[in-house]
Design a protein around this ligand. Structure first.
Ligand code: GLY
Length: 576
């Protein structure tokens, strides 16, 4: 056996230690504005606004369960972060029922009106409408699913009375809440995209002289309070079949750029219980949402490919490069195969097949970047080989996580699509523009697009609510907003926490590496930029970009919950 002198051993240990510290610092960006980690023993909630987290916390403190807290958080987010989510939109929910030891995944995604067809976003000349033109008004609005989701799941799993969970948002809508800095900035920047183009929306978000409302202004929303009072008394019925349904349909059909939604569309809306999409990764099982979101499948593919690399042991630059290459390949498959599986045959099992992902991972060369990933040929391909379709969902979304004292857990991503959705406001809430998540073109190069518009279909999403299991128990709850970058934000955080052993706060603060099968984006003003030169040497096409994630996470240890809120937004973690 070779003898190592104690002096060299000391130097070696010091070197390893410094490298580790430098790595953590470099990946985290050494952000001085770190949000303190929050620990708790019994329950915890992390959401994008202190009022929303507070509403969830109060429910949990009173003995409510994770589903009760979810209802309170979502209604409050609708009020205080109205640009991102609400009952005018859709959501995906992962719910771990600790009593049953079962993971449920619920799909509350919006649907296209039944009268909509593949030419929905084509102008008279057969070309796609420009994005913002398609968005503003009634044409882009999908049949909302969030309220039905809340009600369906609460009826089955909730423990506190529904009306009590609606009340905090209803009371605050009446008394008024302070506009946050982020909401004020969002209002100002959405003005250039017609936020002031619709009377009810203008009256709510702008002063009478047309100035965007400022941070700190106390904003009352009596219309929303009245809507919530109805919902508290009658549940979702007025929304899907009653007076609110009438007003929603009227607003959509009478808007400039009118939509096709009917009252039958609203009345027929159903929440779907889907099969979770799970992949093994190291000692974990990572579970997400299946189609119509591409989130669970694409995150799963990235991890499936990276499981063939020693991400913890590789030099960090190699690991980052491998990550970017796996993302290119996974996004390539996403662009061809992923859409609403109730309408097109999505090869869910084939895309996650271990042999297929091993073959795909063999395409990754650690010394050289591929120009673009090409879609593969997953086994059990059931249908036609669709056209390649890259649609970039926008970042008007929110994610929250909850763990209750009984061990139940919620990971929910919720959206009205672009910030402020379609700009149409009815009953004090905004209607989504989710239909712009469909491909505007039904055919590309003569081939049908899987994610084309079809009546009743759900547009493809990137939302990736995730629960990681260790020893069959929930270990990490995580997700993020961020449009089609969501998949990258979530996958990178998973690698940071599961492979690189970063704490959730450090992982969420880390500068992002993003690749959606094109350029490599390194997050502006973070230490991710330190990787620019070595990645460029390998052939990555580098851009520095601002990134607008808003991840929330709870890590569940034996005797401790460890929560984190993304420093890029205003979220907080609360727990006991
Ligand atoms: N509209 C955002 C998403 O569904 O991914």
């Amino acid at each position: 056996m070779t003898k190592v002198s104690p002096k060299y051993l000391c130097w070696y240990v010091l070197l390893v230690f410094c490298t580790l510290v430098a790595d953590v610092y470099a990946v985290s960006g050494g952000d001085p504005q770190s949000k303190a980690p929050v620990t708790a023993r019994k329950f915890m909630v992390a959401a994008a606004h202190p009022r929303a987290a507070g509403a969830g916390y109060e429910v949990l403190r009173r003995g409510g369960n994770a589903i009760d807290a979810m209802v309170a958080v979502q209604f409050m987010l609708n009020l205080v972060e109205p640009q991102s989510s609400g009952i005018g939109g859709g959501a995906f929910l992962l719910f771990w029922d600790d009593g049953e030891k079962r993971l449920y995944t619920f799909d509350g995604r919006e649907t296209a009106p039944f009268a909509a067809g593949p030419d929905h976003f084509l102008a008279a000349d057969g070309e796609p409408q420009p994005f913002w033109e398609a968005l503003a008004g009634g044409r882009s609005v999908g049949v909302p699913g969030t309220l039905k989701l809340l009600e369906t799941v609460h009826r089955r799993f909730g423990s506190l009375p529904w009306a009590e969970l609606v009340r905090p948002a209803m009371d605050l809508a009446r008394s008024g809440f302070e506009i946050s800095s982020r909401l004020a900035r969002s209002i100002a920047s959405a003005q250039e995209h017609e936020l002031d183009g619709f009377a009810a929306t203008r009256a709510y978000f702008f002063d009478t002289d047309g100035t965007p409302r400022q941070a700190g202004t106390v904003l009352k929303n009596p219309d929303f309070a009245a809507t919530l009072a109805r919902i508290a008394r009658h549940g979702s019925r007025p929304f899907y079949e009653g007076e609110l349904a009438r007003r929603i349909v009227e607003a959509i059909r009478e808007a400039s750029n009118p939509g096709l939604m009917t009252r039958q569309d609203l009345a027929r809306y159903t929440v779907r219980l889907r099969e979770p999409v799970c992949v093994p990764y190291r000692v974990y099982r990572v579970c997400g949402m299946g189609p119509p979101t591409s989130g669970g499948l694409t995150v799963g593919q990235i991890l499936g490919m990276l499981s063939h690399f020693d991400m913890a042991g590789l030099p960090r630059i190699d690991a980052v490069h491998a990550y970017l290459e796996s993302a290119k390949l996974a996004y390539a498959d996403r662009a061809r195969y992923m859409a609403d599986s109730d309408y097109v045959a999505v090869p869910v099992r084939g895309l996650l097949d271990s042999g297929y992902l091993k073959r795909r991972s063999a395409l990754i060369d650690l010394s050289r970047a591929m120009d673009k990933g090409r879609p593969g040929n997953p086994p059990r391909l059931p249908g036609p080989n669709w056209a390649i379709h890259k649609q970039s969902e926008r970042a008007g979304t929110s994610h929250f996580v909850i763990r209750d004292a009984r061990g139940n857990a919620v990971s929910m991503t919720t959206t009205i699509e672009t910030g402020f959705g379609s700009r149409l406001m009815v009953g004090g809430f905004l209607l989504n523009n989710e239909l712009t998540d469909f491909s505007f073109r039904p055919r590309i190069d003569g081939r049908l697009v899987a994610n084309r518009v079809q009546g009743g279909k759900r547009p493809r999403s990137s939302m990736s609510p995730t629960i990681v299991f260790k020893n069959r128990k929930p270990y990490l709850l995580i997700g993020s907003p961020g449009g089609s970058r969501i998949i990258n934000y979530v996958a990178q955080s998973l690698i940071s926490i599961l492979d690189w052993r970063l704490g959730p706060r450090t992982a969420l603060e880390a500068g992002h590496f993003v690749n959606r099968n094109g350029v490599t984006e390194l997050e502006q003003d973070t230490a991710a930029l330190h990787y620019a030169a070595p990645l460029r040497e390998r052939g990555q096409d580098i851009r520095a970009r601002e990134h607008n994630s808003g991840a929330h996470a709870i890590l569940i240890r034996d005797k401790e919950l460890l929560g984190a809120a993304d420093p890029r937004r205003e979220g907080v973690v609360l727990g006991d």
